[in-house]
Ligand binder design. Structure first.
Ligand code: SAM
Length: 192
């Protein structure tokens, strides 16, 4: 009943690390067609399926259209890297804050490996601007990247603002793809 097989990557990660808890606020970046959001809705109880547990919030964003989903609020035709999207998120999240930022975003692959790698890493860097605006201290971030020369720069940057950063390659991710995820925990808001 998931919209896309990618759901199994997030299920696998969450079964291991339990980052999605009932009551949490989650932002799902690059959410279309909505499989990760389906997982997030279940785990944070944003559809109220368990009336005994706290109700969470799920906001999904994509350049493409995301079909409606009970328990999720979608910003279709929105660019995650655009500051005006950040402003909308501040309004949609309770207290303007999220516990978790998920990103399975990826640009359309050009076929030029280096170029695609650099574009995706740049998108991941922009998630740090988003985190600064909406991520709770102690919060976590998962972001997909394609491995390559700049991955270490991104990891260093993440390590500067998160207490722990690890690299994940879920079993559900194809072995022959360069796709990996950074899982960063214990966000420390940078001083301004
Ligand atoms: N996690 C999704 C799921 O489980 O249904 C699949 C995500 S798909 C691999 C990557 C998505 O990132 C695409 O739908 C693409 O439109 C989106 N995307 C790429 N760049 C984006 C951007 N700047 N802002 C928002 N979404 C973006």
């Amino acid at each position: 009943h998931f919209r896309c097989r990618s759901a199994f990557k997030l299920l696998e990660i969450d079964d291991k690390f339990h980052l999605l808890q009932p009551g949490y606020g989650v932002v799902d970046c690059g959410a279309a067609p909505g499989a990760w959001s389906q997982v997030a809705v279940q785990r944070v109880n944003s559809d109220g399926a368990d009336p005994e547990s706290p109700f969470g919030t799920v906001v999904g964003i994509d350049l493409l259209n995301i079909p409606p989903l009970d328990g999720a609020h979608f910003l279709s035709s929105h660019d995650v890297t655009d500051p005006s999207t950040h402003t909308k998120l501040l309004e949609l999240l309770p207290g303007g804050q999220a516990h978790v930022i998920l990103s399975d975003m990826a640009p359309n692959a050009s076929g030029f490996k280096e170029m695609d790698h650099e574009r995706l890493i740049r998108m991941c860097f922009s998630l740090l601007d988003l985190a600064e605006k909406i991520l709770k201290p102690g919060g976590s971030l998962i972001c997909k990247y394609w491995d390559g020369a700049l991955a270490q720069k991104l990891q260093e940057k993440l390590s500067g603002v998160f207490g722990s950063v690890r690299t994940l390659k879920p079993n559900a991710s194809r072995k022959d793809s360069a796709e990996k995820y950074f899982f960063a925990q214990m966000y420390k808001k940078p001083m301004r």
